[in-house]
Design a protein around this ligand. Sequence first.
Ligand SMILES: Nc1ncnc2c1ncn2[C@@H]1O[C@H](COP(=O)(O)O)[C@@H](OP(=O)(O)O)[C@H]1O
Ligand SMILES: [Mg+2]
Length: 471
Amino acid sequence: MLWRHYLVVFGGMRSGQLVVFGGASPSSNRFPYLIAGISPPTSLSTIDFQIWYHMCKAGRGQCGRALHSLESRWEMVSITAVARLVHLNSSIKRSNPNLLSTTKPLFTLKSSSPVSVNSSIAMSYDDQLIAAKKAASLAARLCQKVQKGLLQSDVQSKSDKSPVTVADYGSQVLVSFVLQRELPSQAFSLVAEEDSRDLRKEESQETLRRITKLVNDTIANDGTYNVSPLSEADVLTIIDCGTSEGGSNGQHWVLDPIDGTKGFLRGDQYAIALGLLDEGKVVLGVLACPNLPLESIRSQDQHALNKAGCLFSAQLSCGTYMESLDGSPPVKVHVSDTEDPEEASFFESYEAAHSSHSLSGAIAKKLGVKAPPVRIDSQAKYGALSRGDAAIYLRFPNKGYREKIWDHAAGYIVIAEAGGVASDAGGKPLDFSKGRYLDLDTGIIVTNRKLMPALLKAVQDSLKEQALPSL
Ligand SMILES: Nc1ncnc2c1ncn2[C@@H]1O[C@H](COP(=O)(O)O)[C@@H](OP(=O)(O)O)[C@H]1O
Ligand SMILES: [Mg+2]
């Protein structure tokens, strides 16, 4: 129903100016927003103004400044003096005059004192989630196009010898571009895998031209953004928006523009993985998996397996949802609830260089898993696990390998909100607050809450056995 989301704003007149003291959304059990200290800059009689406000982080009393355009998602129905109704539903457009005729306040607040911030009310990331889904979907379109007609000249080697394609760069540009367009009021910090160093070299000119064309074509075909084409210089600048160090303060987007580049090159699984950190915690995540079947990968139905393209999305305390990249309605997903290892199957990296297949084989055997490993690339593993395609994901890189936050942030919350748990091999939660790397050297294990204790024991026992010969 269109009236599902709305925001009640409390305010009053002060020195002849309307001041909004605070607001909350009672329209859902999420209570997404608390606002305080709005000082509208100019005329309030029109819906075409922008409003500066401080969005209070519930529970911490910290204020982040935000500028919201009321032109698109937000529709101001009316502002008179005391309480007002604001739509947050993106489907409500100003072109629908019937919906804008409601001007009656829901209720009136008598007191003119500022609304106090209730610490039990949770922060919502609804608008960031909408932007993240849009960004990842658009990037997925570019990647699909490139994967279909991949040319050898589209692939380069980075300084660490890992492959990078025009699609990795193009995807990063699109995600960064869309987030900044969709959330113009918010301070933008992006921790992302790619940077422009190699592209600025003389020999990369043709590659840069190709990326720029791909990005501009994708934006033009989508039609949402009426902008003049990006120049090559714009593209380099936008790529370098991703150099943030992240950390435990404020909000940071975390992006792997193509996770599983090796899978992408093979024509297999890959993901566009986008997460949001708030004060060091992952609060939302989106995984676009263009080659992941909409049905379980264990399905025997070949016809069903041919229909691919999944978008997983999760927001703190709101669950994990899956929809098709073509835009089917989202469905809530849940991890497998099996407690019996004999019924469980497990995921691991396709690439043996990324995770020890022999160690995960030993752990699975010790646990009593009968099924052979299922090897797929990228965080598509987290997505497939969140809907129960398998019950366990094991990842054991070589000693000394430092995991990057963009390889796990989105997957971490997709799993957690689907009822699963991801930890290091010692059972500690993953810590995304330390900058661009995860501070761990043991490995990562993922499963449902019931199986975790037994899995943890099998992992610890196997690690001890593995260490024995060298003692
Ligand atoms: N030696 C190594 N050990 C563990 N992970 C590695 C690795 N070399 C690369 N990776 C990471 O593994 C990711 C792919 O994960 P998976 O094995 O699950 O498909 C790569 O992401 P990119 O493809 O984005 O570079 C890369 O970050
Ligand atoms: Mg990656």
